[in-house]
Design a protein around this ligand. Sequence first.
Ligand code: AMP
Ligand code: MG
Length: 358
Amino acid sequence: MKNNLILAIDTSCDDTSVAVTSGPYVLGNVIASQTELHRQYGGVFPTVAKQAHKENIAPTVTSALRRAGITWDEITAIAVTQGPGLAPALEVGIRAAQTYASEHNLPLIPVNHLEGHLLSVLARPKPRDANVQKLSSDLPVVKNALGILVSGGNTLFVQVKQIGKYEVLGQTLDDAAGECLDKIGRMLNLGYPAGPVIEQFAKLGNPKAIPFPLPLTMTKTYDLSFSGLKTSARNLLEDNGVLQPLKKQEVYDFCASIQFAVFRHITYKLNKLLVDQKFSQIWLGGGVAANATLRRMIRETIQANSDRVANPKLLTPYSKKLCMDNAAMIGVAARTKRIQKGGGEQIGRRPRWGLEEI
Ligand code: AMP
Ligand code: MG
């Protein structure tokens, strides 16, 4: 039987990504980054993102197919991120997917971007020299896993009751963790996105140098809040309303301290969750999941509660590329959806599509 080969597209924010996947296997995953374009704005500029997606989409499709060694004739379905994300950016990917679907008479599978990040831990690299047509397209059966999603747009704890059935247990009430790091990085002139720079500088600094507060310790929920940490950072850096330049070692100490404070907040709430509930396994996804310190702190928290987690080994995506926005995770998530017959269905963008509405 012909294997399911999915061409997946993600244009949810500032990266144009196209991948070819077969079940959990990633055959090609190409990301045309717009980071340089947006750097001058210190964040993502929606109209600039839309224009860049329009220019990048066709060449990215060509290069993903080439990277995978697959032709259009072999593709069996097209998956596309329907939301959540930036509306003008989503629109470009959806339009392109619809055009390709009707041109090649293929079914279209709309995918939730957050579900993509969650299921990114299930992605597998293509085994060397494997015959694509003979790869198993099965995904594992999952029950009662805890998904931790930490990115530039979202930070949440979600119970994966089974694949496709999710309950949000706690989420940020304001900024996302990555957004908080990016905004503080901007105050320190670290460029955009600042998260990876903060990780490098933090290695040279003392995480205990500045005692940032631990937010929401009095609340019983598993919700998170990062805006207070951002305000504390601004207050510390400002003198009479003007941001003061720091010496090099002071910047390193600041980065180490704020990174520690952001991650300690996440692991404090994770610990509370693990004391209250049992899980089969724990997944970590999203752009900030690339951070080694966050992974270590989460592993330590799981270790401290190992009797409450059946498989205490933290599952993370197999590469950093799969942590950031990418289309391979969209292809893997699409594999779990029923493929409907007929090509080129009309689907509308869903900029605010929550995991529980799937
Ligand atoms: P996403 O929203 O999933 O595309 O992830 C982008 C976010 O992840 C941005 O806020 C980045 O600053 C953040 N990020 C990426 N790599 C790292 C890292 N190594 N450490 C901390 N934050 C990171
Ligand atoms: Mg994302």
